[in-house]
Structures are given as structure tokens and as C-alpha cells.
Design a protein. Structure first.
Length: 381
């Protein structure tokens, strides 16, 4: 590229310095154009004034017409949809729950937080057991920001539920629905405090992805409602609602390896636990008093024994010991139902109450025998 020759590869030339003669001709041309434009401006102004003298009034009227038009076309209040209505109905009954622990200095520090549901206007709240686990004290934050100390009435690690009580009256309450009527594809609305108070009362919506979903966690079996409504840390203990504004589940788990996989405890399963916690402070369950390992079909064939529950340990003074059950026995049936899955015993026991006498069929030293066993309370009461 040669700048000395005032040229560029694109073909565009730089502006060259003009000679005096050419400059005078150019100046004359500019004066002619300026004079013509001035004459045209004067004549144009006269014409406008003569023919459009009321132009300013017209502009005012135009603005007024636009204003009237805007007023006549104001957007009407948008009717509330089902999610709006659920948020209005249930939102005021959702609280924050803080898990506080004592520090070395004698004070307290926040260990974790979750959500809770007010279900009784005198101050009873249901939340998850893991939300308040290990707490020195628990604080509840009401909608609006008011904080109150809460008493733990009772908790149940097996179902991950807990009941709290605050000293307050005439509180808004959430209505419990019927989780047995929940269908896959139903609208699901989650309300809670994801990530703490900063996002209190957050509402997310999706659908019921599955019902009666079985999950194993920390040695416990849960049967849960699955939803793709966003459930995040802090939502635990909050409400999963239907479009009628009824609580159908208590949010508890999320699959962190996949988006849109949250889980809630069905409210029909939660209600008897809540009632037991309010009445006794604990959940009374029938208990055999053994530790066992499940023998599946392959293991049974390999060892030439029946499918069932292999007794590893017998609890001292428990129902099984009193009935003569020994380590090494294989429980093949209870109350006439075969032990053919790893959670068969739990499912059968859940249909009974403390004090019931049931027949247990066991396999011992190559022989089958029936044993009568009186079910005890899992809490030792």
C-alpha cells in the first residue's frame, strides 16, 4: 500500500490539497447554494403560516386524543389463574424454619434452614425431621419477617417429619388434601423458601411426574410423589399443592444429578405421623426386635435355603427374643404373607399396631416352623 501516492488498495483516495483557483470556484458555488436555500426557507415559512396557522392547536388535540384513547383501552385486571389462587391461599401458611446450634462462645449460629407449613391456627407447624435435626433451638420466620422461637413437639426420622409449636394464635393455615387422588400429569405447585429467607415464599409449578415412587435413602424406604416443580435446598418442609389450593405433599428430596426431579411425602402418609407426634411426641410402631438381611432368589439357590429375611441379630428383651427367634433363622412369612422383597417385613408390620399377635413362619436347621409373636412398640414403650 503506497500512502505517498495518495492511493489505497480499495481505490479510495485521500483528500488532496486544493489549488487557489479551484478553491475560488468552489466558494462561489457554496454561496449560490446558501442564497437559494435562504430564499426557499423564507417562502416555505410563509406558506406554512398561511395554511397551517392552527397547527399548534391541532398538536394539542392530538395529544388529548391519544390520552383518551389510552384511557379507553386500559388493560383490564388479568383474571387470576390457578397458580395465583394457590399462592394466595397457601402462601401465608408457609414459614421459614431455622436450625440453630450453640457455639463455643456460648452464642448460637445458624446450622441450616428450611420451610414449614402451618396446619393449626394455634401455632402447630409440620416440617422435615432433617430440617431440625441436631438443633439447639429452632426459630420460625412468619411471612412478613416476624421471628418466633419454636418448640419441637416431636420428630420421626423414619418418615422425615417433625411437628413444631410457636406461641401465636389465629394464624393462617393450609388445607390438607387427599394424596390418594393425585394422578400423573396433575399440576403441582411447590411453595417454600429455597436458599433461605431471601427467597421466602417462592412459588414454582410443574406437574406430578410419578406417584408412589419408591426411594431408598440412609437405610430407609420412602414412597413419594415425584414432581418436576423446582424443589431446591430450603424448600424442604414446604408444601406441594394441587390446583384446589390443597397440600398434597410435603417437599423433602431432590435428585441433584438431574433437573426436574423433586419428591414430596404424600400428605395421606404424613397425617397419621403428625397426629401421633402431636399426641405422644413420637410415633408408635409395631416392632419385632431383629436385624436381618434379605436373601434373594439367587442367594437362596446358591445356598439351598428359602427366600426370606436372614436374622443377623436379636434385640435383647425384644418381641423376637421372647418368641424364641434365634440368629440364623430365616423368616419366610409373616401374618401369612411371604417375605419376598427386602421391605416385605416393613410393609406387613405397617398394617398392624402395637400389641397385635402375629404368626411368623421361620426356617431353622432345614425345617419350617410357626412362631407366635406379640408386636412391641418400636420406642420401647
Amino acid at each position: 500500500m503506497d500512502f505517498n501516492n495518495n492511493s489505497w488498495e480499495s481505490g479510495v483516495r485521500f483528500v488532496e490539497e486544493r489549488k487557489p483557483k479551484k478553491f475560488m470556484r468552489f466558494l462561489g458555488l457554496i454561496l449560490i447554494v446558501f442564497f437559494s436555500a435562504s430564499i426557499g426557507g423564507i417562502l416555505g415559512g410563509y406558506y406554512v403560516k398561511k395554511n397551517y396557522d392552527n397547527g399548534y392547536v391541532y398538536q394539542e388535540k392530538s395529544q388529548e386524543n391519544i390520552k383518551n384513547l389510552s384511557q379507553n383501552n386500559e388493560t383490564a385486571d388479568i383474571p387470576k389463574n390457578s397458580i395465583n389462587q394457590v399462592a394466595d391461599a397457601v402462601g401465608p401458611a408457609i414459614v421459614g424454619v431455622d436450625n440453630n446450634v450453640r457455639t463455643w462462645g456460648g452464642g448460637t449460629a445458624l446450622q441450616g434452614s428450611g420451610s414449614g407449613i402451618i396446619f393449626d391456627k394455634s401455632g402447630y407447624i409440620v416440617t422435615n425431621e432433617h430440617v431440625i435435626d441436631g438443633a439447639t433451638n429452632v426459630t420460625v420466620t412468619l411471612p412478613g419477617g416476624k421471628k418466633l422461637p419454636a418448640k419441637v413437639i416431636g420428630s420421626d426420622i423414619r418418615t422425615d417429619l417433625a411437628v413444631l409449636k410457636i406461641n401465636a394464635t389465629n394464624l393462617p393455615v393450609a388445607k390438607f388434601g387427599d394424596s390418594s387422588k393425585v394422578r400423573v400429569g396433575d399440576t403441582a405447585i411447590a411453595i417454600g423458601n429455597p436458599l433461605g429467607e431471601e427467597f421466602a415464599g417462592s412459588v414454582t409449578a410443574g406437574v406430578v411426574s410419578a406417584v408412589n415412587r419408591k426411594l431408598y435413602l440412609d437405610g430407609k424406604v420412602y414412597r413419594l410423589i415425584q414432581t418436576d416443580a423446582s424443589i431446591n435446598p430450603g424448600n424442604s418442609g414446604g408444601a406441594l399443592c394441587n390446583t384446589a389450593g390443597e397440600v398434597i405433599g410435603i417437599n423433602t428430596l431432590k435428585n441433584v444429578d438431574a433437573e426436574g426431579m423433586g419428591f414430596a411425602i404424600p400428605i395421606n402418609e404424613a397425617i397419621p405421623i403428625i397426629q401421633s407426634l402431636m399426641k405422644n411426641g413420637y410415633v408408635s410402631r409395631p416392632y419385632i426386635g431383629i436385624e436381618y438381611q434379605f436373601i434373594d432368589e439367587d442367594t437362596a439357590k446358591e445356598n439351598q435355603v428359602p427366600i426370606g429375611g436372614y436374622v443377623v441379630r436379636v434385640v435383647r428383651d425384644g418381641a423376637a427374643e421372647k418368641a424364641g427367634i434365634l440368629p440364623g433363622d430365616i423368616i419366610v412369612a409373616l401374618d401369612g404373607a411371604n417375605i419376598d422383597t427386602s421391605d416385605s417385613l416393613t410393609e406387613i408390620l405397617s398394617k398392624h399396631k402395637v400389641g397385635d399377635v402375629v404368626t411368623m413362619k421361620i426356617y431353622r436347621s432345614g425345617r419350617y416352623q410357626n412362631v407366635q409373636i406379640k408386636l412391641q412398640d418400636s420406642n420401647g414403650r
